[in-house]
Write a protein that binds this ligand. Structure first.
Ligand SMILES: C[S@@+](CC[C@H](N)C(=O)[O-])C[C@H]1O[C@@H](n2cnc3c(N)ncnc32)[C@H](O)[C@@H]1O
Length: 527
């Protein structure tokens, strides 16, 4: 008998195989986007923690796919605690394979439309744990008849009125209440747009009045942990009971579900007055103050590194380049993430290649597809892998022409890490790096480009590079942290504007002592 871990691995492989066998348009039609396994585990762990520990679990996963949540549940609770487990899946392509995969377990998988199936009537046959990543199908892809039917069902079972502009996921979530046992827990991975847009009003009413909203976690669009698959997703947890008057809702943001970077509770009565929920939780930030003295903005232009849209695809190791035999002319050196950068001074060979252990290269090509196909068939084969994985459809890629070209971000001699936590090794969450190489960076770094006066001094006095870097490194952790933002859990971030606002008197002193720099604040060419 396979272990549950092995089954999960088999499930994940099956999911990939089934996804690959479908054309994207068809997957879009049924909103087929599978939950990343780690996230599925985190969601189930949190949802189960909301149930009383001795309660037997009656589990429901509508829009089952291959059942990542069911798989996580099996790994997290003993089989004796699972009284029932039911899945609904409309697509035979997934349902049949999933049925086979989970044979021998408690699962009852129904090949049926969840939204048109009659919910159970008796309380004892309802579900106390509903976990779902519902299909994301926008309302204009639902037919009028379908919408009317959905609204009618919700009115009939729940006496609740829906707004016709919500996507299919809104109906899934609201309808699920009719399937839930009293005090049961619902966990929903859904787009976060309902938190702000007009049509979201009815969903918010549902969450504030019909159930007890426990928590909403929103992913940080800048986080790269799930690629950009979850850029605008949220996880909503609620309990099927009317809310108490003094109830407080937890809003969390960024990081992992189990370790969010910011978290705050807000009273339900106050939440009713807040129209845009994505402003929650409020980041504990210091407003940008203007210093009277010199700041880094007077000496440097500060920019964030480039956003590739999918680092795993566009940033490659030497082995990957060899494996795919990619042409050199489309590869530029790029630094690995700060975690993998073992030094703070990056030396270069005579070609400007960084002398570091974990070398990485950025794939960027501006040639149109037909030219790539004709002249660089090997590169084209690699790009096809990206197309198959849907990378060309990701937000950033879709907005580039062609999708496999990258923004221009010339290498900068000075870098600062974009975020971090104070560690035992270093009290400062940020590191300044001196870059002698021609490597550019991704958006986990800030780049400091010397403004013309400084650039001229540096070119006449190359010894200044190290002096400036040393001086930048003496800026105290406290000064940097004061400018940046701190998120719950002690994660600090510095946006380009915030770093630019850091006082730079000490850096200036390095030049003024040697009379290297004339600050031309008023006439600055870049200002
Ligand atoms: C976003 S996917 C999630 C799949 C899986 N639960 C996961 O988390 O990876 C939504 C799933 O719902 C299925 N689906 C779409 N419409 C449905 C419906 N009306 N009834 C039941 N399942 C549906 C899709 O085929 C797809 O497998």
């Amino acid at each position: 008998m396979e272990s549950l871990e092995e089954r999960e691995n088999a499930r994940f492989e099956l999911q990939e195989r089934l996804d690959d066998a479908k054309v994207q348009a068809e997957r879009n039609r049924l909103g087929q986007f599978s939950t990343p396994p780690q996230l599925a585990s985190d969601i189930v762990a949190y949802a189960v923690s909301l149930l009383s520990p001795r309660l037997k679990i009656r589990f429901l996963e509508p829009g089952f796919g291959t059942g990542p949540f069911y798989s996580a549940l099996l790994r997290q609770v003993p089989p004796s605690r699972i009284e029932a487990a039911t899945g609904y899946e409309i697509d035979r392509h997934y349902a049949e394979s999933a049925e086979h995969l989970w044979k021998g377990t408690r699962l009852r998988l129904c090949l049926a439309d969840f939204t048109t199936t009659e919910p159970p009537k008796a309380e004892a046959t309802k579900y106390n744990l509903v976990v779902c990543n519902p299909p994301y199908v926008r309302h204009h892809h639902l037919s009028q008849i379908q919408k009317r039917e959905l609204q009618r069902s919700i009115a009939r079972y729940l006496n609740f009125e829906m707004n016709g502009l919500g996507g299919l996921y809104t109906y899934f979530m609201v309808l699920s209440q009719a399937w839930m046992a009293k005090d049961g827990v619902g966990a929903w991975l859904i787009p976060s747009e309902f938190m702000d847009v007009n049509y979201g009003h009815r969903i918010k009413e549902f969450l504030m009045k019909r159930v007890t909203l426990s928590r909403i976690h929103r992913f940080d669009p800048n986080d790269v942990q799930f690629g950009d698959a979850l850029v605008s997703s949220a996880v909503v947890f609620f309990r099927n009971s009317p809310p108490q008057s003094n109830h407080e809702v937890e809003f969390t943001f960024g990081g992992m579900l189990a370790r969010p970077t910011v978290s705050d509770s807000i009273r339900l009565i106050d939440l009713r007055d807040i129209s845009k929920w994505t402003g929650l939780p409020q980041v504990i930030s210091t407003p940008i103050r203007k210093h009277n003295g010199v700041t880094l903005a007077d000496i440097f232009t500060v920019k964030r590194g480039l956003a590739t849209g999918c680092n795993a695809f566009f940033i490659l190791t030497m082995e990957q380049i060899r494996q795919f035999n990619l042409p050199k002319r489309f590869l530029k050196p790029i630094l690995p993430s700060p975690r993998d950068l073992e030094t703070d001074e990056i030396n270069a060979d005579e070609n400007g290649e960084p002398q570091i252990q974990n070398r990485r290269y950025l794939l960027s090509c501006g040639l149109p597809e037909n030219e790539v196909k004709e002249k660089y068939p090997v590169l084209w084969r690699y790009l096809e892998r990206g197309i198959k994985a849907g990378i060309d459809k990701r937000y950033l890629c879709q907005h580039r022409e062609p999708w496999y070209s990258q923004e221009e971000r010339p290498p900068a001699p000075f870098l600062c890490t974009y975020m971090g936590r104070p560690t035992r090794r270093s009290q400062s969450p940020f590191r300044f790096i001196l870059n002698h190489s021609k490597a550019t960076t991704a958006n986990v770094y800030l780049l400091l480009y010397p403004k013309p006066d400084l650039a001229a001094s540096l070119s006449n006095h190359p010894e200044l590079y190290r002096k400036i870097w040393k001086t930048l490194s003496t800026i105290t952790a406290e000064t940097l942290m004061k400018e940046g933002r701190v998120y719950g859990g002690g994660l600090h971030k510095l946006e380009p504007k915030e770093l630019a606002n850091v006082p730079a008197d000490s850096v200036l002193k390095v030049f003024s002592e040697g009379k290297h720099l004339r600050i031309r604040r008023q006439m600055d060419l870049f200002a």
